[in-house]
Design a protein. Structure first.
Lengths: 295, 338
């Protein structure tokens, strides 16, 4: 199995993004997804800046994929999408059928938001040029097993294996709402929350994470304890979603698990006092942490 | 405003045979309904139709020249695939006027097996722009698209101006603030979502508690809201709860309210909207009757004289009575910005 770094879901200053990927050149990840996937108002980096980072990562031996927005409404967003789809150098991850339409049968990655829930959908995107698909977040190991049995030839499977899961997108900005400002005067407040804003119940349960127009899970999904079942299901790529703190350790933990080692990073990630979830993988509510036994 | 006349279909919800009749009797141009199973996104207990009931409903609707559309708008998984393809086959056999679908794999099946079947892209298909609509049109020859409730009026105009198919928008009902089809908050907390099971915040996961601090609603154990005495309590949908963010407790996503487009019907008509959809297959026949009647009156007034269209106070009062939270909003439609 290969490891990938998913797209950065948060809004980080350009220097932070550049420093992050400079480090990532030396990390044991095979694939890096780059680009803005949440909000088109986030313009710390332009396409040329992303392409510059992409070239350096490629030179360091990484496969680079340019990721795209999951919600596109404005014409300006479609123009940017078209530029990305026609970049000519790097594969694109489609997170909306608009991208599939513009990619026009060139090889691409079908992202987690395309809603591919069955074999017929997989055949459809394979026919349209997909060479890899990312499983929808809410599917279980059991369902993945059934999908893998009928997977079209030439289509790799990627699973979201660590990080705060993107659960929904809206026309509203919840970060702006939390600051009591309208979305058109948001002042890009989300740049102050490099790992999002925690949203808790009135009983202090970590429920969601606010990230601009996106809501994420309150707990990170963690499939480190599921490596054997992922392998048995012939998953090709494990996606690790970037976070501001501790990313290197997360990568080290998964790298260790794939090599069959036991290292400190793995122990830390699985420690009893850290909060994470794996419910979806076990066919349960996503927020639950189910003992790592494949049903 | 210059007057542009275009008939806009009034598309009304039918969660049961009595609701279907209420919609037909009060002026719907079309009704939409679903089978009594997980093949549609309103798979609630006590709702929906079997084949016999659909036939009865279709006979009643046809007698009144009202069209019947069938919603097959969930995302089938491998173990249950035959149940969904059977539903498509049954829809074709029944001769419904259109099937409203979201799953690309199932649309592929329908387009291949039943090329004569008219396909509409459900709001659950998450198509918010012209390229996405073009994809579904090229692949499956869809004839109409229902837009998610996240677009502003000017964005609706852009979509209509460049769409190869007719455009339907939501005109009244509960307000989904997330892009439909791309929201799995419900399965994160309960294991069931609109995409997988046709439900959002499923009833069996809801618990009400009376406590000294007031009434509380829970969803699979998670506290969604706490109400003061005499405060109206709404259904505990996750996006409508009160939560703590940065030390404050408030409606962190959305206050309970309904979408109501009565104010802007002439604008929608001028943009070339083909159909106005009323939400609420889970609501009572009385709700369907009341909303259909008001929307019919408003659409007729708008069509007869769009330049002098005036909102009637009794329409607004009548709709606010059946609204969630007893208030209304234009939702994303009023946004002047992106």
């Amino acid at each position: 199995m290969k490891l990938s770094l998913g797209p950065i879901q948060y809004y980080w200053p350009v220097e932070t993004v550049q420093a992050f990927y400079k480090q990532a050149r030396d990390w044991p990840v095979d694939i890096v997804y780059l680009g803005e996937v949440v909000c088109s108002k986030r313009r710390e980096l332009r396409l040329l800046d992303w392409l510059e980072i992409a070239d350096k990562l490629e030179a360091a031996g990484k496969e680079v994929v340019l990721s795209t927005l999951a919600l596109m409404e404005a014409e300006s967003e479609l123009i940017t999408l078209q530029k990305i789809c026609e970049n000519g150098d790097f594969k694109v991850e489609a997170n909306d059928m608009a991208a599939v339409h513009l990619i026009n049968s060139r090889p691409f990655v079908a992202g987690p938001h395309l809603n591919l829930y069955n074999a017929s959908s997989l055949e459809l995107i394979r026919e349209n040029g997909a060479v890899r698909w990312v499983m929808p977040l809410e599917l279980s190991a059991r369902t993945l097993g059934e999908l893998q049995a009928g997977r079209p030839e030439g289509l790799e499977t990627e699973v979201f294996a660590y990080g705060h899961m993107p659960l929904s997108f809206s026309a509203r900005c919840f970060t702006a709402r939390a600051h009591n400002v309208p979305k058109d005067q948001c002042e890009l407040r989300c740049i102050d929350y490099p790992d999002g804003m925690p949203l808790q119940t009135q009983e202090d349960q970590e429920l969601f994470t606010i990230n601009g127009i996106q809501l994420q899970s309150g707990l990170p999904s963690n499939l480190l304890g599921e490596i054997e079942s992922l392998r048995q299901l012939q998953v090709d790529v494990l996606r690790l979603s970037p976070q501001a703190e501790g990313m290197q350790q997360i990568v080290a933990a998964f790298d260790g698990a794939l090599k069959g080692e036991q290292n400190d990073a793995m122990t830390a990630l699985m420690a009893a006092d850290t909060k994470w979830c794996n419910g979806y993988w076990h066919g349960e509510a996503g927020m639950l942490n189910v003992n790592a036994v494949l049903k | 405003m210059e007057s542009v006349k275009r008939h806009m279909d009034l598309v009304c919800p039918a969660g049961s045979l009595p609701a279907l009749k209420a919609a037909v009797d009060h002026g719907a141009d079309a009704v939409y309904l679903g089978f009594r199973n997980a093949t549609n996104a309103r798979n609630f207990p006590g709702l929906n139709f079997d084949v016999d009931e659909i036939q009865q409903g279709m006979a009643y609707a046809r007698d009144h020249r009202v069209r019947v559309m069938l919603a097959l708008n969930t995302f089938p998984q491998p173990g249950h695939w035959p149940e969904w393809t059977r539903a498509v086959d049954e829809a074709a056999d029944l001769g419904v006027d259109a099937v409203i679908m979201a799953d690309p794999g199932l649309m592929r099946y329908a387009a291949r097996q039943h090329p004569e079947l008219r396909l509409h892209l459900s709001v659950q298909g998450s198509a918010t722009n012209r390229h996405s609509i073009a994809f579904y049109h090229d692949e499956f020859r869809i004839k109409q698209v229902v837009l998610p409730r996240v677009l502003s009026l000017s964005q609706v105009r852009q979509v209509i101006d460049s769409s190869p198919v007719d455009v339907e928008v939501f005109g009244f009902g509960s307000l989904c603030i997330m892009v439909e089809g791309r929201c799995i908050l419900s399965s994160y907390v309960t294991g069931e979502s609109p995409n997988t099971c046709g439900v959002c915040s499923p009833a069996q996961a809801v618990r009400w508690e009376e406590t000294p601090r007031g009434r509380q609603s829970r969803l699979n154990g998670v506290l969604i809201d706490r109400y003061r005495h005499n405060e109206a309590a709404g259904y505990p949908t996750l996006c409508k709860g009160r939560f703590r963010v940065g030390g404050e407790v408030f409606y962190a996503m959305e206050e309970p309210t309904s979408l109501n487009t009565l104010d802007i019907l002439p604008e929608l008509m001028k943009l070339g909207v083909a159909a106005i959809k009323v939400e609420g297959r889970q609501r009572s026949p009385a709700y369907v009757a009341q909303v259909t009647q008001v929307m019919r009156a408003a659409l007729d007034a708008c069509y007869q004289d769009p330049d002098n269209y005036q909102l009637q106070a009794e329409w607004v009062a009548s709709l606010d009575k059946v609204s969630e939270g007893q208030s209304h909003t234009l939702g994303a439609l009023h946004r002047p910005w992106q």
